[in-house]
Design a protein around this ligand. Structure first.
Ligand SMILES: Cc1cc2nc3c(=O)[nH]c(=O)nc-3n(C[C@H](O)[C@H](O)[C@H](O)COP(=O)(O)OP(=O)(O)OC[C@H]3O[C@@H](n4cnc5c(N)ncnc54)[C@H](O)[C@@H]3O)c2cc1C
Length: 433
């Protein structure tokens, strides 16, 4: 069967084997890879000509203590399901990526981060433990104390150390489904850095949208948004969850509407829209944390050839010059899209051996797949990332070179010892063989 990830490129032939119960074992006939909900953009969740073990049927709750906020569930449970269960009881996942449609197993394997990294770190920081099923039938219980090296290898371990069957998470208390905050325009990257410095001590969530089509004096302009969970009276369970209003992109257009002129026009309108500059904003958490989830299958907009996302992290001291260079190259190539995000990570070291989050500034942008031109541009962004000692996020990648990977993740040699002999992925073979 053909399998693809969120970027819809590459597409590979796979055998698909659903895991129906957490007590099932794995039969290692060829190379295996767990598959969560396919929200990774590239090939980290793909295994060309191998087997994908799908985990969505592992969707059972194991325990939830509303007094302590400790939740135990199977690894195929989605963050959106967790929120539906726990928010009316005054709890919330401490770290949420930009979509709630990810599984717990996928969130661990990429050690995902959210808009509050500077406060709460990444997903692994809130993990109390998990069970790891190996292809030889062994089951390892991993916590920060027990099998601690397997715990560190599996957080951000790209699905290669074994299959996570169940996990225990510490949730964080909230008293409202609402986020209050403000939005303001910045005219250039220097203003972005000033706003970040002024905001991150006081605000839990900070993130910026960037106009990647802007050039000249407008280069690096964007909109900075910050917010906090609204403190309020105890949650009323029935009002905590507004029904999700969703649109859907019903089919893939033969030609993508995302191209140079449409991006320039959209970005200019978006930058100047009145709500870009507003204090006293109040967002429902779905609008704030997961804005793209309200348009189902939005990835189809990039047309039949799919798209790439490039997400890098750059050490702060070099980031102004490096980002300026990157944005100039992207604008010159007229290849960017509407979705460009800039955010500063905090200093909390990630727990995973191979985790992506590290101190610095992270830039994430989507690029329609225009073949060799796009690959050349992305490699030239990699040149800059390598020069300043940054890294590219495997969860978003389908093309980084083996040399780049080894520079970005020097712990890969140590990590290799933990890779299950029957597990592999297209990503892993590309960057290590
Ligand atoms: C709109 C959008 C916004 C996003 N925003 C962010 C963001 O802000 N921050 C961020 O960090 N990421 C972000 N992502 C990426 C996404 O959070 C990660 O790729 C996440 O890992 C996807 O989870 P999944 O369940 O879909 O797993 P998949 O994509 O299916 O798999 C991801 C990895 O997890 C492994 N895996 C899955 N289940 C298991 C298991 N049970 N045991 C062991 N390994 C397993 C797979 O082998 C693979 O290596 C975003 C993605 C989208 C589409």
């Amino acid at each position: 069967m053909i399998g693809a990830s969120w970027g819809r490129w590459p597409r590979y032939q796979h055998a698909i084997v659903p895991l129906r119960s957490r007590f099932d074992t794995l039969s290692a006939t060829n190379s295996l890879l767990p598959f969560g909900n396919g929200r990774s953009y590239g090939d980290v969740c793909l295994n060309e000509r191998g087997t994908l073990i799908t985990t969505r049927a592992l969707d059972r709750w194991i325990g939830f203590d509303p007094a302590s906020g400790i939740l135990e569930c199977e690894a195929g449970v989605l963050l959106s399901d967790i929120i539906d269960l726990v928010l009316p009881r005054g709890w919330f996942p401490p770290v949420c990526p930009g979509t709630a449609f990810v599984t717990v197993g996928g969130a661990i394997a990429n050690d995902v981060h959210g808009k509050n990294h500077h406060r709460l770190g990444s997903f692994g920081h809130h993990l109390l433990g998990f069970e790891l099923l190996r292809s030889d039938g062994d089951v390892l219980t991993c916590t920060p104390e027990q099998n601690a090296d397997w715990f560190r290898a599996t957080i951000g371990g790209l699905g290669l150390t074994g299959l996570i069957r169940r996990a225990r998470l510490q949730l964080r208390p909230v008293t409202s489904p609402w986020i209050k905050g403000d939005s303001q325009r910045f005219r250039n990257l220097a203003e972005f850095f000033q706003l970040t410095a002024a905001s991150e001590i006081q605000h839990e969530y900070t993130v910026a949208w960037l106009d990647c089509a802007a050039t000249g004096r407008k280069l690096g302009r964007g909109i900075f948004t910050r917010g906090d969970h609204l403190a309020g009276p105890a949650l009323n369970a029935s009002k905590a969850l507004k029904p999700r209003k969703t649109l859907a992109i019903p089919l893939t257009p033969p030609i993508s509407p995302v191209f140079g002129a449409s991006v320039r026009i959209f970005n200019t309108l978006y930058f100047h829209r009145p709500s870009a500059q507003r204090s006293d904003m109040r967002w429902h958490f779905q609008q704030f944390n997961f804005p793209l989830d309200s348009v189902l299958n939005w990835n189809r907009l990039y047309g039949p050839r799919g798209f790439f996302q490039y997400q890098c992290v750059l050490p702060e001291q070099d980031s102004l010059a490096a980002l300026t260079d990157m944005l100039q190259r992207i604008a010159r190539a007229q290849q960017g899209s509407f979705l460009s995000v800039l955010k500063k990570f905090g200093a909390m070291p990630s727990l995973g051996m191979m985790s992506f989050p590290r101190p610095g500034v992270t830039l994430a942008l989507d690029f329609p797949n225009r073949g060799a031109d796009t690959l050349r541009l992305l490699e030239s962004l990699d040149e800059i990332t390598r020069q300043v000692g940054g890294a590219v996020y495997p969860a978003k990648d389908a093309r980084m070179s083996a040399d780049s990977f080894r520079q970005y993740f020097p712990a890969w040699q140590e990590f290799r010892r933990f890779v299950d002999p029957h597990f592999s992925s297209s990503f892993w073979r590309r960057v290590t063989e």
